[in-house]
Design a protein around this ligand. Structure first.
Ligand code: PLP
Length: 413
């Protein structure tokens, strides 16, 4: 496979990122840790720095033109997120610090109001701690039951298993769109359909899908969906929660403070309408504007083009990893994306990552903030994860470095 034939030219994409330009004091890195965070294009960095240089003011408060402009830019970012997700209206988008905060918001504000003793919440065995611990804590607090939807031996979720778990006491099914360890794409529209048929709500953690495929909340019909800007070429400290308007209206606030009230009297407080009701305090304004630029960057390449390019690259990586002696690859083979958890012989994954680092290849090793899943897999793994600026040369360099690692640890041939 040659990258040039494909819909995305990764070399041209890299030219849009300062991280990939030669620097006198930095070594150039093959960056394969995109599931942790992605690099940022110039346009995102410039959007953030332009805001801080020329438009800095807080939003929805100041009685001056600078504040009005800042508010306009911040609300334009919300409208952009709504459009990107195909939400019905911008008011269904709440800015948060990221996926973790968005799930905590739902688990606290919605969960403590609507989950009672004896109710059930279903989570999958695949979840990142961000979509696990808030539900474990909620279940304990409300004396509800947390049910675990186990994966099959080949790392998939079987819908029949969900059918068996759902009961009339189920209040919510919480599932990741793409596993941050195994890279499998979960059938979230079908999952939400089954949850709704049982009278439950459905929450989708889109942290690993947002930058790699089209995410359409109306097509998925989820009740809640969230993502982090920094995994989608945007800044850290910003993410978004999508929630159906009826839920945002029914939920009490999460944090309370400035900016989220209409009136405060000693005897009575009137909350602002959503989404303001959930955005207490000064929000991450420059970061939201940076997120807007990141979504523009993604759409400038095209989401279908990204998906098809990354699919080809994933198939190539899959093939090369499968034919590398000593590699044990985890996760499903069909319906997967460019996140590869693997081990090499019985070399400790941290040692593998260290050897790869000496060759300027950045991967992650460990339990990937998914301890129950890692335990099911048998322990720590190395994780290489792709983005649209990676190409087949990067995969070849990884494979070559894995051969080298085997030799370093005394495996012949
Ligand atoms: N969910 C998944 C599937 C993730 O991969 C991650 C981060 O790796 C998160 C949630 C948490 O994202 P953040 O740390 O940006 O809040």
């Amino acid at each position: 496979m040659k990258t040039a034939r494909l819909s995305v030219n990764a070399g041209e994409v890299r030219r849009q990122f300062p991280f990939f330009q030669p620097h006198p004091e930095m070594r150039s890195v093959i960056y394969l840790d995109n599931a942790a965070t992605t690099q940022k294009p110039y346009t995102v960095i410039e959007a953030v720095s332009n805001f801080w240089a020329h438009h800095n003011a807080t939003v929805h408060r100041g009685g001056h033109g600078v504040g009005a402009k800042a508010s306009e830019l911040y609300e334009a970012a919300r409208t952009r997120v709504a459009q990107f997700l195909n939400a019905r209206e911008p008011n269904e988008i709440v800015f948060t610090r990221g996926t973790t905060e968005a799930i905590n918001l739902v688990a606290t504000a919605w969960g403590e109001a609507f989950v009672q003793a004896g109710d059930e919440i279903i989570v999958t065995e695949l979840e990142h701690h961000a979509n696990l611990l808030p539900w474990m804590r909620l279940a304990e607090k409300q004396q509800a039951t947390l049910k675990v939807w186990r994966i099959t031996d080949d790392g998939r979720l079987n819908l029949d298993d969900l059918r068996e778990l759902l009961t009339e006491r189920t209040r919510l099914v919480a599932v990741s769109h793409i596993s941050n360890v195994l890279g499998g794409v979960n059938p979230v529209a079908e999952i939400c359909h089954l949850a709704h048929a049982a009278g439950a709500l459905c929450l989708v953690d889109a942290a690993q899908s947002i930058a790699h495929m089209r995410v359409d909340v109306q097509r998925i019909e989820c009740d809640f969906l969230m993502f982090s800007g920094h995994k989608a070429y945007g800044p850290t400290g910003i993410g978004a929660l999508y929630a159906k308007r009826e839920h945002l209206e029914a939920m009490p606030p999460y944090h309370v403070g400035g900016g989220m009230v209409q009136t405060v009297r000693w005897e009575r407080v009137r909350w602002a309408e959503p989404p303001m009701k959930f955005e207490a305090g000064t929000p991450p304004i420059g970061e939201a504007i940076g997120l807007h630029a990141a979504l523009d960057f993604i759409d400038s390449i095209g989401r279908e083009a990204i998906e098809s390019y990354e699919h080809e690259l994933t198939q190539y990586a899959l093939r090369r990893l499968q034919e590398t002696p000593g590699v044990r690859l985890y996760g499903p083979v069909p319906d997967r994306t460019g996140i590869f958890a693997f081990t090499l012989e019985d070399i400790h994954p941290h040692d593998i990552a260290t050897v790869l680092d000496t060759r300027d290849i950045a991967v992650r090793a460990g339990l990937h903030c998914a301890h129950p899943l890692s335990e099911r897999l048998g322990g720590p793994t190395v994780r290489a994860s792709l983005a649209l600026y990676n190409d087949t040369d990067h995969i070849d360099a990884l494979i070559e470095a894995l051969h080298h690692t085997r030799q370093v640890f005394g495996y012949a041939g």
